[in-house]
Design a protein around this ligand. Structure first.
Ligand SMILES: NC(=O)c1ccc[n+]([C@@H]2O[C@H](COP(=O)([O-])OP(=O)(O)OC[C@H]3O[C@@H](n4cnc5c(N)ncnc54)[C@H](O)[C@@H]3O)[C@@H](O)[C@H]2O)c1
Length: 397
């Protein structure tokens, strides 16, 4: 078993070994972490740092630990074993690299880095130094995910063949996003999210589950479009707002994936096998029901072949501390898993290579890498754009 270093004995003098944790970046997402940290006794919060000192102070005031005077102070603290990088995406590479060079294990918010080259460099650096590096999301640890994975693994739907995965969060441009605030009142940073784009922000929520169930993506194509870019005239850079992908996995299963912020909200995941289907209504909710529909024999002129949905009992208990928000992302679970690895050995579930693969596939989707062919119109007179207009035919008696 690789040894990734030691944790610290808890300050109450008990036998429980814990790993010291510090947050870098105390913005909107930091409140998700702070509020749910008590779920994970293997973590001791040492404090937080932010280039905006007031944010570090309010974070420490609300959730504990000290407000560090800058990155160097955090990295110089021997009690800090794990650094959680919650800075904006543009800072991920520099902050993670500095932390690794200082000998800290790093858990990064997604994406691991803005480019594959940068992320690969970070993964290699971590490996060279015997350090752990993981990236969010950590929703694979949720009750729903664990229950779905076990059901697929146990063969409840036979061989899984196909998945339909959606991370359409609704039409962002038409939502009151300027009013969104975290518990401490930090505004939701749409000026970062919109240029980063729906894929880089959200693909990992579906990809991490799919890759866990089916293995790595081996072939794929992606297509993107920007439909509502004009709704953000103040932003100079805007990423595509819809993305469709076709993914083929190592086990032979295929997936149609849709990620965007134009269509009405749909965060479902459906896995179809020879013997039935499994579905989760909302992968952003840690306790979204997992429904099984077994294949049955029907008779007569029907397209039915599935039994009524049956809700599966969750295979893990619910988290005790939840953050009251529109979604429940199990954020601290990945850091806790990293801490467990540091304290007891082995590999974290969200390994560096797993995180790197998710970034690779996300980038391919975000860049719309796939074959798009122009369809030449040979008989333009016959196919007019007005073809969709109502015809009088249907009304004739
Ligand atoms: N906003 C969300 O709903 C959400 C949800 C899950 C994950 N995330 C992810 O969390 C990360 C942070 O997003 P956010 O929404 O909290 O952004 P944010 O802008 O609200 O917070 C980022 C914080 O980092 C600080 N910062 C910037 N550069 C820094 C540096 N070099 N060192 C230390 N601090 C620095 C900023 O002052 C700010 O307080 C991103 O990777 C994002 O993808 C966001």
């Amino acid at each position: 078993m690789p040894n990734h270093g030691t944790g610290h004995t808890s300050s109450d003098g008990g036998q429980q070994q814990t790993a010291g944790l510090a947050f870098l970046g105390c913005g909107y997402a930091a409140d998700f972490y702070g509020a749910t940290l008590p779920n994970y006794p293997q973590l001791t919060l040492k404090g937080a740092s932010d280039i905006d000192g007031e944010r570090a102070r309010t974070f420490a005031g609300e959730f504990g630990g000290q407000a560090y005077q800058g990155l160097e102070t955090v990295l110089a603290d021997p009690e800090v074993t794990i650094v959680a990088n919650l800075t904006p995406v543009s800072q991920h590479y520099a902050v993670t690299k500095a932390a690794l060079l200082a000998g800290k294990h790093v858990y990064s918010e997604k994406p691991l880095a803005p480019t594959l080259e940068q992320a690969t460099e970070l993964v290699e650096l971590a490996k060279e130094r015997g350090l752990l590096l993981s990236s969010a999301p950590a929703t694979v640890f949720s009750q729903s995910a664990q229950t779905l994975f076990k059901a697929v693994h146990d063969g409840l739907i036979g061989t899984p063949r196909l998945a339909h995965a959606n991370l359409d969060m609704g039409a962002l441009a038409f939502m009151p996003y300027t009013e969104w605030r975290s518990r401490r009142g930090v505004p939701w940073p749409y000026w970062d999210e919109v240029p980063n784009g729906c894929v880089m922000e959200h693909a990992g929520y579906q990809l991490s589950w799919l890759i866990t169930m089916f293995g790595p993506v081996v072939r794929m194509a992606g297509h993107t479009a920007l439909l509502l870019g004009h709704e953000w005239p103040e932003l100079t850079e805007i990423a595509p707002d819809v993305s469709f992908g076709f993914l083929e996995f190592a086990n032979g299963a295929v997936c149609r994936i849709s990620i965007g912020w134009v269509a009405p909200a749909d965060m479902t995941l459906t896995v179809v096998g020879d013997q039935g289907s499994l579905s989760v209504k909302d992968v952003w909710q840690a306790s979204s029901p997992v429904l099984l529909q077994r294949r049955i024999k029907e008779n007569g002129k029907t397209n039915g072949y599935l039994a009524e949905p049956q809700q599966l009992p969750f295979v893990t208990p619910p988290a005790r501390h939840r953050y009251d928000d529109t979604h429940d992302l199990t954020v601290g679970a990945g850091i806790a898993d990293m801490a467990q690895t540091i304290l007891t050995g082995g590999q974290p579930f969200l390994s560096a290579d797993f995180s790197l693969h998710i970034l690779d596939v996300s980038l391919r989707l975000a860049e719309g890498r796939g074959i798009t062919e122009t369809v030449p119109l040979v008989h333009t007179d016959d196919i007019k754009l007005t073809r969709g207009q109502t015809t009088a035919l249907g009304h004739r008696s």
